[in-house]
Write a protein that binds this ligand. Structure first.
Ligand code: ADP
Ligand code: ZN
Length: 531
């Protein structure tokens, strides 16, 4: 068998220069690679764009044999293999997209020792035939990419990952390296436990992404706000816009196109040909905007994504961090922008209540949402809050590159406003036996004689019109923050508002309710944003 151009058993440093053409290692890459090359197991937590791939590709080249990379990203394997081959690395993959002949070629190369790197879909390792095949080959290292997929409560859980502990049992002498960009303590622990890597050395890189500017604005007219954001700050830039539903994805992409911004949709409801086309256009073209559900993005390596925008609230801080992390992998200034409003909170709470999961699942989903809401409503530095969430100490109290640092939000004493909202709900329930959603409650407070107000005689309530001191947008802000703080809850398919146990302390004047002031103009000054 012909030796590869790349694999020559050189040192890690030498391989970095010769094969990948880079001058030096980044961050902890060198320590990780040295550890794995010398046969140690490693669990690596590194943010998206941090450079995880080299951490297993170089050991695969330096150690004798084939490096086996387990990855759930079947759609990207061909691209990854092509990229490695272009560098002279002998790479191949095995997954369900191949026919019998193609797979046989790869198997033969593996057995002949002609592969430096083999990408493998996790479901293949359930098959005895695959395990036997690997037993007949010489394996240099096992890399388990996107290792958080083993975490049963995570949003990317893949049952096949649970079988990966077999690797340590069958190949006790082959080092294993598990990698993920998801960083919470709990996920970390689950990876170590479920992959049975108790002795693995832990490498935790900083999760700070200083070049990403975090901004969360109150949602009023989301599509228009998005358009202004794009026109003022990211004209001609490549970026991703995330929406919750396929429908919203389609409508937003059409809207942007109609406004002269080149945008394509991406969601699981599109046929695979269209999805592949839009993905490859995004990777290859300059300045294309992809409007997508969260189905888009995992494993996509495009360095110059200049912005990630959310038109709907992510379900967790982990999701938010991972999605926004796709911006600015090249280290250049980038923006993570989100529009967030009352309807998001109502919708997400409803989704959780209506979900199929058991009580434990719902509790966990609710606590994930609460953390996300806390990030949205904070008056402190968003970056500091993010890093603290991931168990990392922020280096400074304020970063100077998020909206709350650039334009510190004002707070106000919302105790009386909160009491007005809560007592309106109490009255409707006690006096009329009725429950309503936020819209009707706010109309009552504002003293509006809408058809629905007249129909229900709500203008006869003693609380009718007691809230004329605030504008509608401000009331929506009050209700949203009460929901976020757990002082109010939503119920049922119509999202009606109900009190919580904590509401009583507000009505009984035992506690104050500091609220974040709704900014008159949501935008951060351009100069500051570009800073
Ligand atoms: P991750 O998998 O952690 O998201 P990648 O491995 O895809 O990150 O790396 C992100 C980008 O950084 C890639 O374009 C990669 O080529 C580049 N990169 C990684 N390590 C280095 C390095 N030591 N020097 C220069 N560029 C690097
Ligand atoms: Zn900040």
């Amino acid at each position: 068998a012909a030796p590869g151009v790349a694999a020559s058993g050189g040192s890690a440093q030498e391989t970095l220069h010769r094969v990948f053409g880079y001058d030096s290692f980044r961050g902890e890459q060198e320590a990780i690679i040295d550890h794995v090359v010398s046969g140690g197991d490693a669990v690596v937590l590194m943010p998206t764009g941090g450079g995880k791939s080299l951490c297993y590709q170089i050991p695969a080249l330096v150690r004798p044999g084939t490096g086996v990379v387990v990855s759930p990203l079947i759609a990207l394997m061909q691209d990854q293999v092509d990229a490695l081959r272009a560098l002279g690395v002998r790479a191949g993959f095995m997954n369900s997209t191949q026919d019998f002949d193609e797979r046989r070629v790869v198997e033969a190369e593996l057995l002949a020792g002609e592969l430096d790197v083999l990408y493998l879909a996790p479901e293949r390792l359930r098959l005895g035939t695959t395990l036997d095949l690997l037993s007949r080959a010489r394996i240099s290292v096992f890399a388990i990419d996107e290792a958080h997929c083993v975490a049963q409560w995570g949003h990317d859980f893949r049952p096949d990952y649970l079988t990966l502990s077999v690797l340590g049992e069958r190949w006790p002498d082959v080092p294993r390296i598990a990698l993920t960009a998801t960083a919470t303590e709990a996920t970390h622990r689950e990876i170590t436990q479920r992959l049975a890597m108790p002795d693995a050395k832990q490498f935790v890189a900083s999760f700070d992404r200083p070049n990403i500017q975090y901004r969360i604005v109150p949602k009023a007219e989301p599509k228009k706000q998005l358009l202004t954001f794009l026109k003022e700050e990211h004209e001609g830039d490549a970026g991703i816009v995330y929406c919750l539903s396929r429908n919203a994805v389609e409508r937003t992409a059409e809207f942007l196109c109609a406004q002269g911004i080149e945008a394509v949709p991406y969601h699981a409801g599109l046929d695979s040909g269209t999805r592949a086309l839009h993905q490859s256009r995004f990777l290859r073209e300059d300045g294309l905007v992809v409007v997508a559900t969260i189905a888009f993005g995992m494993g996509i390596d495009k360095p110059d994504v200049r912005f990630v925008a959310h038109l709907d609230l992510p379900k967790s801080v982990e999701g938010y961090y991972q999605e926004t992390g796709r911006a600015g992998r090249d280290g250049m200034p980038s923006t993570a922008w989100m529009a967030y409003g009352l309807q998001d909170v109502v919708q997400q709470r409803k989704l959780i209540q209506g979900s199929e999961g058991d009580e434990a699942f719902r509790r966990r989903a609710a606590s994930h949402l609460d953390a996300m809401l806390a990030l949205c409503e904070t008056v402190q530095c968003r970056r500091a809050q993010l890093l603290t969430y991931f168990g990392q100490d922020p280096t400074a109290g304020s970063c100077g590159n998020c909206d709350t640092c650039l334009t510190p939000p004002e707070t106000w004493d919302g105790t009386v406003a909160a009491q007005k909202v809560l007592s309106t709900i109490v009255r409707l329930q006690r006096e009329r036996g009725q429950k309503f959603g936020a819209g009707q409650i706010i109309d009552i407070l504002l003293g509006r004689r809408t058809a629905k107000i007249i129909q229900f005689d709500h203008d006869q309530l003693s609380v009718f019109g007691i809230g004329e001191d605030l504008a509608e947008g401000e009331w929506r802000g009050v209700v949203r923050q009460l929901l976020a703080q757990g002082l109010l809850a939503v119920e049922g398919e119509y999202g009606t508002l109900v009190l919580t146990e904590a509401s009583g302390s507000v009505l009984g004047r035992q506690r104050e309710v500091p609220l974040r002031k709704e900014p008159k103009k949501a935008a951060v000054a351009r100069s500051a944003a570009k800073g």
